[in-house]
Design a protein. Structure first.
Length: 66
């Protein structure tokens, strides 16, 4: 349609009804051994083990792309 759309952190936070806050950690050395892997997997896949993309809900697939 040619309509420019801008998606910001605030827009995403509003849509998923959470506060627009958080932190970004740069420079993680080894992604496969990161201490955050377990937390991310629990949040995205409801498991401590890494899941597959096809198991994600449509909302989580969209968040992963963002």
């Amino acid at each position: 349609m040619g309509v420019p759309v801008f998606i910001s952190q605030e827009v995403i936070a509003y849509v998923i009804r959470i506060a627009s806050e958080g932190s970004f950690k740069d420079g993680l050395d080894n992604n496969k051994k990161s201490r955050w892997n377990e937390i991310v997997n629990q949040t995205m896949f409801n498991s401590k083990k890494k899941g597959v993309y096809s198991d994600l809900s449509i909302e989580k697939k969209m968040l992963l792309k963002i």
